[in-house]
Design a protein around this ligand. Sequence first.
Ligand SMILES: Cc1cc2nc3c(=O)[nH]c(=O)nc-3n(C[C@H](O)[C@H](O)[C@H](O)COP(=O)(O)OP(=O)(O)OC[C@H]3O[C@@H](n4cnc5c(N)ncnc54)[C@H](O)[C@@H]3O)c2cc1C
Length: 386
Amino acid sequence: MSTTLAHAHHYYDVIISGAGPAGTTCALALKDSGLKVALLDKAEFPRDKVCGDAIPGRAVKTLFKINPLYEAAFNSFEPKLATRKTSLYYKGRNISFNWVGAAYTSARIDFDNFLFLLARDNSGADIYTNTEIKTVTKDKAGFLLTAKDGRTFSCSMLIGADGAHSVIAKQLAGRTIDRKNHVGSVRAYYDNINGLDPNTTEVYFNKKLLPSYLWVFPLPGNRANVGFGMLSDEIAKRKIDLKRLFYEFIQQSPELQTRLGNATQISALEGFGLPLGATEVKISGNRFILTGDAASLIDPISGDGIGNAMLSGKLAAEQTIRCFTNNDFSEQHIHTYNRALMASIGKELKTHYYARRVLAGAPILLDTVFLACRTPLLKSLIQKGL
Ligand SMILES: Cc1cc2nc3c(=O)[nH]c(=O)nc-3n(C[C@H](O)[C@H](O)[C@H](O)COP(=O)(O)OP(=O)(O)OC[C@H]3O[C@@H](n4cnc5c(N)ncnc54)[C@H](O)[C@@H]3O)c2cc1C
């Protein structure tokens, strides 16, 4: 359902603001809850999202757990590649890791539209696209949301799934950008890549820029998503022009010249931020839960955020159902969501946060990893730990 009625008011038990991976997963997990749910997004779908387009195994596993039928839907979703291997390039050397679990690449314009249609057709939620939430205020029974065009919505429970610039996180949790835990990134699409294995994601390091890296991720049709990201604090301190650095990185690397020298850049180089899941931030409160990038859940080493976004969307739905069942919407009760989320990914986020810091302070460690990988046993241990 899409409405154009200015100033119409809508009441819901649950409003999910944002229909990206976190919001759509949350809506799907609320199916059959008996609750009146709305899923809002400022965009019309299909819409693009600046990303590396690597879909982690955790993303699809979360979806399949909600309903095994979604596995068949994902299998028949075509614009994707299964990736089984990652190759690292550093100082003219190359090591590869083979992954046991399945991961994928898919352009976000396709993958997010797949999730959006799945939620539209299966979740039972009312869908409002072209609905940008501007303000959130508390009212007697929950929250009052006002859209850019003046429409208002109220709800007993609010799920913030509105991404890295979340209005909900800013207004209800006082979120600001923490540059020390935030990465600035750029990415563009290239066609006619030379010799890129469709099942391998590639990561390139430059010793002056560690632990940052440039990625070349394959997509169907001999296309690749090529991008580079760096800690926002470093970008500001060193007054870095990220777009210029991106092209310099490619020009200065012989391996990247082989891959991209004759390729055609088919999209603009676009930038966007990644809020890293590094330190504790407020992710819930009285009658609200933040999910995905709105909750700063991106892995500090890999930059993966889709899997954590979808997992948090599912856990937010489970907590929401508990709130209505127990008729308890207090911050204390909702904190069960924080605990469940951290029990799943807290240790991983912390370890990767420290690994990133250690690597930034001691780049020699990357040489050590390359050396260690000459020994099959050590390589297999690193592979398991990564
Ligand atoms: C350059 C870059 C590369 C990345 N590469 C990868 C990668 O390869 N793999 C990976 O797993 N992760 C990657 N990430 C991280 C990943 O993109 C995010 O973690 C993921 O998109 C989070 O999902 P989400 O649903 O929380 O937010 P989003 O995907 O951002 O979705 C938020 C939704 O909310 C809507 N919205 C925003 N504001 C409002 C509003 N005010 N009112 C209504 N709707 C609103 C938006 O239109 C959007 O549809 C990358 C990020 C960047 C920037």
